[in-house]
Design a protein around this ligand. Structure first.
Ligand code: FAD
Ligand code: DHB
Length: 391
């Protein structure tokens, strides 16, 4: 098999890259270890930044998002039993849209297949070869177990944090920055209408909690938990007790309960490798960087990476220009580090670190109060949250 761009991974990064390249007349083949059904059902991100939504509109992928996505003009910081609204749209002129990542993945797969694209699901034993030469290759077993070879001009490593692309780069090439937090998230999807029209990020003495949503009938809720916890530690009753306690507010707030239809535990870490390129292998999305989910930046960063990569590959493969490919990593890393800082800021401001001393806790509350009451501080949060413009 031969193509121009071999794409490893059919998450948001790999699928969107394939679509953007197709619009530019560049061929690609996507390889994915999981089944189509699995990737379409994997519940993860929910918040689409303004630039992400605009890009999806421009490239013809926002049809269902316009119909079913929920535009939001503010978020709430809840602490000391009170809500403090950050008026995103009043402060920035922009909005975010709550639309599940798996819905974007479904839309992308449908669009790619309608255009006749090749996506190989359920592949195994994926290996990258000759990435520093002119004709890199990917070998894999297809869903029948037959060994295949895919030759390409370049390889895009869009296979997430646990993929093969990053580890296939020899030791000594990448510089790694890693920070692990002393908490994890327990996320639940609940068949019940949201209890508030907006997202609520809560700092409570029992730990962080987040109220979010997917549709007018589906609520998404998260709890800060110990990183050593397992799902079996969290019965439905314990989850609801904690959610009620942490989301309590002075005055009226009724948390709607319902059947829990999905649950996950997610560790929290910050991770970046530099550079995001080795020869003809380009890393994009979670394969190159991870943020803790509090800032809702992971999927949005993956989108920004593949927009930059599609532009660079068009210059290389259509016009023979190498400058955009040479600067791909630096271009992406500027945005990545801004998102890393914002996600760290949101995470440390909103979670309870039980190893911190009382002094640090006072600083945290002071930061929350300042962010909620100063227009300058709220605007800084808001412009990062809605997403800085793509360069
Ligand atoms: P992935 O989505 O991980 O896709 C990689 C793909 O590669 C997968 O399909 C995987 O099966 C496949 N793969 C792996 N190994 C191989 C291999 N060897 N060969 C072939 N294929 C392979 N982000 C936001 O922007 N907003 C949010 O609100 C948000 N909330 C989140 C909440 C939670 C609880 C979590 C866990 C994450 C959240 N994120 C959020 C982060 C977001 O989900 C990720 O950043 C996003 O999925 C990254 O996309 P990706 O395509 O780079 O990687
Ligand atoms: C959701 C996830 C996030 O990480 C976040 O900051 C806000 C909302 C969500 O899944 O809805």
């Amino acid at each position: 098999m031969r193509t121009q761009v071999a794409i490893v991974g059919a998450g948001p990064a790999g699928l969107l890259l394939s679509h953007l390249l197709w619009l530019d007349g560049i061929d690609s083949v996507v390889l994915e270890t999981r089944s189509r059904d699995y990737v379409e059902r994997r519940v993860r991100a929910g918040v689409c930044e303004h630039p992400t939504v605009e890009l999806l509109r421009e490239v013809g992928l926002a049809g269902r998002l316009e119909e079913e996505g929920l535009p939001h003009h503010g978020i709430n910081l809840r602490f000391d039993g009170e809500d403090h609204r950050i008026a995103l749209t009043d402060l920035t002129g922009r909005e975010i849209v709550v639309y599940g990542q798996q819905e974007i993945v479904k839309d992308l797969i449908a669009a790619r297949l309608a255009a006749g694209a090749e996506i190989h699901f359920e592949v195994s034993d994926v290996e990258l070869h000759d990435v520093t030469g002119d004709s890199p290759r990917v070998t894999f077993k297809d869903s029948t177990g037959a060994t295949q070879e895919l030759r390409a001009d370049v390889i895009a490593g869009c296979d997430g944090f646990h993929g093969v692309s990053r580890p296939s780069i020899p030791d000594g090439i990448l510089r790694t920055y890693d920070h692990v937090y002393p908490f994890a998230w327990l996320g639940v999807l609940v068949k019940a209408p949201p209890s508030h029209e907006e997202l609520i990020y809560t700092n409570h003495e029992r730990g962080f909690a987040l109220h979010s949503m997917r549709t007018p009938e589906l609520t998404r809720l998260y709890l800060q938990v110990d990183p050593n916890d397992v799902l079996a530690d969290w019965s439905d009753a314990r989850i609801w007790d904690e959610l009620h306690a942490r989301l309590a507010v002075n005055g009226d707030f009724e948390l709607h309960e319902g059947p829990i239809v999905e649950r996950l535990l997610s560790p929290m870490r910050s991770f970046v490798v530099e550079p995001m390129r080795h020869g003809r292998l380009f890393l994009a999305g979670d394969s190159a960087h991870i943020v803790p989910p509090t800032g809702a930046k992971g999927m949005n960063l993956a989108v920004a990476d593949v927009l930059a990569l599609s532009r660079a590959l068009k210059a290389l493969l259509t016009d023979g220009r190498t400058d955009p490919v040479e600067s791909y990593s630096d271009t992406c890393l500027r945005r990545v580090w801004r998102a890393e800082h914002f996600s760290y800021f949101m995470t440390t401001m909103l979670h309870r670190d039980y190893s911190a001393d009382p002094f640090q806790h006072r600083l945290q509350l002071s930061q929350l109060r300042y962010t909620a009451t100063s227009v300058a501080a709220a605007t800084s949060l808001a412009e990062n949250y809605v997403g800085l413009p793509f360069s």
